[in-house]
Design a protein around this ligand. Structure first.
Ligand code: UD1
Ligand code: MG
Length: 448
């Protein structure tokens, strides 16, 4: 069975009260619209059309660069029926079925769509997705006929609307393309909102002798994002599910509700995630690594048996091999640390390659930016960098060398050498006491 997908995303999204288009708000680091695109791909859509408006068209195209979607603009939001009518004209291939998804409904499962497909295979021409809502709401309501047939969907504020008991309409529709194309032309906007309702297609189908039915799913799956509050509810649902999956795969998390993950976070079994850790996108962690509290990690790969944090910040481009230690108040960006290397305290490592078994002392700063360009530092194996060193890039520090504490190093250091770059210390005997007396900080008595 061939399917093409329309994703409706031309609504104004005014309730978000944000300059960012609604569908470009993120859940677990992923744009809302990308959830629907992924679902459309999962169901093997021949084509995917995203219906955008003039305001979100450019930013949506940029956010979805490289995706197999086409864009089609609805100049004025005249209703979901109008949006589908416009989209149908944009298809290049004729698929037997058309799936309509919403750009703001991120959690519809592939399995649910498969159930809708089975109904289509039984011969139904329109299959809507519905759910039993826990609380009173303003969704469209299913009007059912005998044998699970659907004879109408009643929108709020229309005569006959009855929010009690009836199943709510999620908005998701699977329809036989040629009949959808036919009936969509017949929809009128003579209703309380003056909009072309896609849901009127059911009434039309009944009138012209076509069959409609529904599939029911959990309410949770149909969560839509229309406001910042709903966005936070969707985020919580995602996080709860993700934490459960991680724990089921052997990740220890004593306080899961305090840890936040991205849609693409990969953590292998045997890892421990202490309370209050945040994972941005692009993080992969191999087994038996411990991430201590208050660490913030994004765009980073971490090997086995590492110890990270507390209070570590790992930024994009960080690559840590096995048994690396990155301690408190250490920031790493675009840098690789080979196995058993340690940076335990108060350090900035940027644009660097560090060998194995090297020690980066407390307070070391990799000075990677000269005000114009970013420069790289390469540090060898078995190197000891003393505390409070400034390593001024571009720079190479050879294997088994030592950099003395407090040094500002701006010339390459050959292997096995000691580099020391700080002013020579002088001790002026008796001068301390003389100054103290002069400043009256102490009296002569204390030395008697
Ligand atoms: C719609 C359904 C309702 C269902 C509810 C589920 C209709 C008439 N009603 O109502 O039965 O219970 O969704 O959430 O379809 N959009 C466009 N162009 C437009 C209008 C909307 O692309 O002209 C897009 C929006 O961006 C959104 C989706 O269509 O992604 C739904 O639009 P919305 O206005 O939120 O529909 P509801 O009134 O919630
Ligand atoms: Mg809505």
């Amino acid at each position: 069975m061939t399917v093409s997908t329309i994703i409706l995303a031309a609504g104004k999204g005014t309730r978000m009260k944000s300059p960012t288009p609604k569908i470009l708000h993120k859940i677990a680091g992923k744009h809302l619209i990308a959830f629907s695109i992924d679902l459309a791909k999962d169901v093997k859509s021949k084509e995917i059309i995203v219906v955008v408006n003039d305001e979100n068209e450019q930013s949506t195209k940029t956010a979805l660069l490289g995706e197999q979607a086409m864009f089609c603009s609805q100049k004025r939001p005249l209703g979901t029926g109008d949006a589908v009518k416009i989209a149908l004209k944009c298809f290049k291939i004729k698929s037997k079925y058309t799936l309509v998804l919403y750009g703001d409904t991120p959690f519809i499962k592939n399995n649910t769509i498969k159930k809708m497909v089975s109904k289509a295979e039984e011969g139904f021409e329109f299959i809507f997705l519905g759910f039993q809502a826990e609380t009173k709401n303003s969704y469209g309501k299913f009007k059912l006929g005998p044998k699970r047939t659907l004879i109408d969907i009643i929108e709020k504020n229309e005569p006959e609307y009855n929010s009690a008991k009836s199943l709510s309409n999620s908005g998701i529709l699977l329809a036989k393309s040629n009949i959808l194309g036919d009936l969509i032309q017949k929809i009128r906007n003579d209703n309380s909102r003056g909009e072309y309702y896609l849901t009127d297609i059911v009434k039309m189908a009944t009138k012209y002798g076509h069959s409609s039915t529904y599939v029911q799913c959990e309410e949770d799956e149909c969560i839509g994002v229309n406001s910042q509050l709903e966005s936070s509810i969707a985020e919580r649902k995602f996080q709860d599910g993700f934490r459960k999956k991680l724990m089921a795969s052997g990740v220890s998390m004593p306080s899961p509700e305090t840890c936040f993950f991205s849609h693409d976070t990969v953590i292998e079994g045997g890892c421990v995630i202490e309370p209050y850790v945040f994972f941005g996108t692009g993080v992969k962690i191999q087994s038996s690594t411990i991430i201590k509290s208050y660490s913030h990690i994004e765009g980073t790969h971490i090997g086995k048996n590492c110890q990270i944090g507390p209070f570590a910040r790992l930024r994009p481009g960080t690559n840590l091999s096995g048994e690396v230690k990155v301690g408190n108040f250490v920031e790493v960006k675009n840098a690789s640390l080979a196995s058993k290397t340690k940076a335990n305290h108060l350090t900035y490592i940027g644009d660097a390659k560090i060998g194995a078994n090297t020690n980066i002392g407390a307070g070391t700063i990799f000075c990677n930016y000269d005000g114009k360009n970013k420069n790289r530092t390469v540090v060898g194996n078995n190197v000891f960098i003393g505390s409070n060193a400034s390593l001024i890039a571009p720079l190479k520090i050879g294997d088994a060398s030592i950099v003395a504490a407090g040094s500002a190093i701006n010339r390459d250091v050959p292997s096995e050498s000691l580099a020391i770059a700080r002013p020579m210390q002088q001790n002026k005997l008796g001068l301390g006491k003389k100054i103290m007396l002069k400043l009256q900080k102490v009296t002569n008595k204390i030395w008697k």
